[in-house]
Design a protein around this ligand. Structure first.
Ligand SMILES: C[S@@+](CC[C@H](N)C(=O)[O-])C[C@H]1O[C@@H](n2cnc3c(N)ncnc32)[C@H](O)[C@@H]1O
Length: 325
């Protein structure tokens, strides 16, 4: 954000990038096929990216560390989602994280398993200033790539460069193993992880091994969604304390609806260090849980030229900045 630029003005400039690139990328190439609910997580990401980059750049400025900040997207997709209900294309997390950062991240790592998505994303990121040089697309399984990431982080550390990362794990199919999450917990990072709650029962029935690998257990502690989510979060808190020697803040927000004929909902879990700024997540939770995309689809409105709906929503807790130390 430039000096003297108000939050509203800054948000309008960011949203215009979102709209511009959604239109540009929407014209060609492959899109991930999703629903309105699948893009709501992007609103939480927009907000947390702003909070995160503000905190990190303040720390870098005042204390000299971290020396670099990275954005890591472990389930990156092709860079766009086609919202089936509306027929619109909206840019995805790899670009949202960049557009809504107060200052660009030093490096971006995008992991995608699907070959054609990976090449589409490579081509698209080369069309965006800053990302051309700073972003790398890694084709492969995120459960393997976390080890490459850790190696890279360790090399930087050994050469005196302390790195902190924001890691987004858009794990819609319980594909991310517990052992991989432990690797992320070894590295200084904030993690936003999607827990696909409403598909839990189906996966337990059809692919029980997948859930066991996901929670890192040999037996299911329960088949109840809420109990399993609690169990998973408590386990993250415990390992966070063990590995980082301090208390972690692990809190989720439910997105979606349970009261439909075919309910669809997921929980977005934030893992960060305890501190005053976690109140910003409480504020994001309050905001997100009351957004009903059938009444208010703010990203879609923005793409249709009604930018103010999204500005108002993101500005609603403008005092997000007040939570920062
Ligand atoms: C929900 S989509 C990603 C959407 C993206 N985060 C966004 O907001 O635009 C999930 C993506 O993860 C990819 N994927 C699934 N399992 C994976 C794995 N184990 N490693 C890497 N990518 C994976 C899929 O091919 C798909 O493109």
């Amino acid at each position: 954000m430039r000096r003297n630029e108000g939050l509203g003005e800054w948000l309008r400039s960011r949203i215009s990038l979102l709209v511009e690139y959604s239109k540009l990328f929407g014209r060609e190439g492959r899109h991930y096929s999703g629903h309105l609910w699948s893009v709501l997580k992007l609103i939480a990401l927009m907000d947390w990216v702003r909070v995160y980059t503000k905190i990190m750049w303040n720390q870098k400025h005042e204390r000299g560390w971290p020396k670099e900040i990275w954005y890591v997207d472990l389930f990156a997709g092709p860079g766009t989602t086609l919202v089936k209900e509306k027929g619109y294309v909206v840019v995805g997390s790899p670009f949202v994280a960049h557009f809504f950062a107060l200052l660009p991240f030093d490096r971006y790592y995008y992991v995608e398993r699907d070959h054609s998505y990976a090449i589409t994303l490579e081509r698209r990121k080369n069309l965006v200033d800053d990302l051309k040089e700073r972003a790398a697309v890694w084709e492969g399984d995120s459960n393997d790539k976390v080890h490459d990431l850790k190696r890279l982080w360790k090399n930087r550390l050994e050469s005196g460069v302390y790195v902190h990362s924001l890691i987004f794990v858009d794990n819609q199919g319980f594909d991310f193993n517990w052992s991989s999450l432990e690797v992320l917990l070894d590295m200084p990072s904030d993690i936003i992880l999607l827990f696909p709650t409403s598909s839990l029962r189906r996966i337990i029935k059809n692919y029980p091994r997948k859930i066991l690998d996901f929670i890192g257990e040999e037996e299911l502690p329960s088949t109840e969604e809420d109990v399993l989510l609690d169990f998973y979060e408590s386990k993250i808190r415990m390992v966070y304390r063990e590995k980082r020697g301090k208390e972690g803040y692990v809190e989720s927000v439910t997105i979606g609806r349970r009261d439909m004929a075919r309910p669809f909902y997921y929980d977005l879990i934030l893992v960060t260090k305890e501190g005053r700024y976690v109140n910003a997540w409480t504020s994001i939770k309050r905001k997100i849980s009351k957004v009903d995309p059938e009444v208010l689809d703010p990203i879609m409105d923005a793409i249709n030229g009604k930018v103010e709906t999204l500005v108002n929503l993101l500005e609603e807790h403008g005092p997000l900045e007040d939570y920062l130390e």
